[in-house]
Design a protein around this ligand. Structure first.
Ligand code: G3H
Ligand code: 13P
Ligand code: ZN
Length: 316
């Protein structure tokens, strides 16, 4: 059942975070829905601009609708990830999306606020909620001076002003993470102090954490042992998801980790079976492994086991 992102956030806020997982194809969708049902968790499906262009945006919509029919127990929202203004309008008008993200975080504060406000006005007219972003995600590295590092993080006072000006429904904040597999050099923690300050300025307001993949080191080691060369990659400590959720992080974006599962499965499969050329056997392994991964993340996010309470609270 597709619900609004606002309904998911209302149930989760301050207790757990909803996992937001990117999908590009049918195998990812199958693994995601299976893992969510196994762990009895609500979730958000994210579609990026790249995912919409990969095959055809109508293909992804059809896959998601079909998955909703195959797994009638599932409760989820459909979200545009990192949209520009035009793509937001397309998704708002499509009637398929629960929420959109307008990412104008690369623009100066005033311009970001202006663009985000325009998208909010269009989205709210259709009952769709909007995630906006303030601050620049980037690798906050141990050898960068604290001041320099903080320059990339979201400023709590600006966050309050930005939400007031735009009327956005959730805010993606930079609290030390970055996209991809190379987030940190050495061990690094989320900037909980910044999160606490943002929460103090915006009590009860849903915050979003991008770049949340944990880049499991055993996964990376297996990829590299099977011919990969992604040494030195590092992710977020997944034991920090729940403490972040208690501080208002209601949505945690995970994409890279799913790609690592795919890469490990396929590299190992074809290394061990060099004469194989049927893509279905590794595809089936990927679906099962991705489902396992999704369930494990939902347990760490605290969303596992929330489905029946959420259903009751929705009156379904
Ligand atoms: O934050 C970006 C997501 O990981 C989506 O990546 O634009 O390559 O689909 P993508
Ligand atoms: P990762 O690259 O850490 O998976 O982040 C994904 C993300 O933020 C999608 O918007
Ligand atoms: Zn992101």
């Amino acid at each position: 059942m597709i619900v609004t992102t606002a309904q998911l956030f209302k149930h989760a806020y301050g207790k757990y975070a909803v996992g937001a997982y990117n999908i590009n194809n049918a195998e990812q969708a199958m693994g995601l829905f299976r893992g969510a049902i196994e762990s009895q968790a609500p979730f958000i499906i994210q579609i990026s601009k790249g995912a919409r262009a990969y095959t055809d945006k109508r293909m992804l919509e059809a896959i998601i609708r079909a998955a909703g029919d195959i797994f009638p127990e599932a409760i989820f929202a459909v979200h545009l990830d990192h949209g520009d203004e035009q793509t937001c309008y397309e998704c708002i008008d499509s009637g398929f999306f629960s929420s959109v993200m307008i990412d104008a975080s690369h623009d100066p504060f005033d311009k970001n606020a202006e663009i985000s406000k325009r998208v909010v006005d269009r989205a709210h007219a259709k009952g769709i909620s909007v995630e906006a972003e303030l601050g620049m995600l980037g690798g906050v590295e141990e050898d960068i001076q604290v001041d320099e590092g903080h320059a990339m993080l979201t400023n709590p006072a600006e966050a309050e002003e930005f939400v007031k000006r735009t009327g956005c429904d959730s805010l993606a904040c930079a609290i030390g993470t970055s996209h991809g597999a190379f987030k940190f050099k050495g061990k690094q923690s989320l900037h909980f102090n910044v999160l606490e300050q943002i929460k103090a300025k915006l009590p009860g307001f849903p915050l979003v954490m991008h770049g949340s993949s944990s880049v499991p080191q055993d996964e990376v080691a297996r990829i590299n042992a099977a011919g990969g060369t992604i040494a030195g990659s590092m992710g977020v400590d997944p034991n920090e998801y729940l403490p972040a959720a208690k501080l208002g992080v209601t949505k945690v974006n995970i994409d890279t980790d799913g790609r690592l599962v795919w890469t490990r499965v396929h590299r190992e499969f074809f290394r061990d079976k060099p004469s194989e050329f049927d893509f279905r056997p590794p595809g089936k392994i990927f679906i099962a492994e991705y489902a396992k991964f999704i369930a494990s993340r939902n347990h760490l996010l605290g969303s596992a086991g929330q489905l029946s309470d959420l259903r009751a609270s929705l009156g379904k």
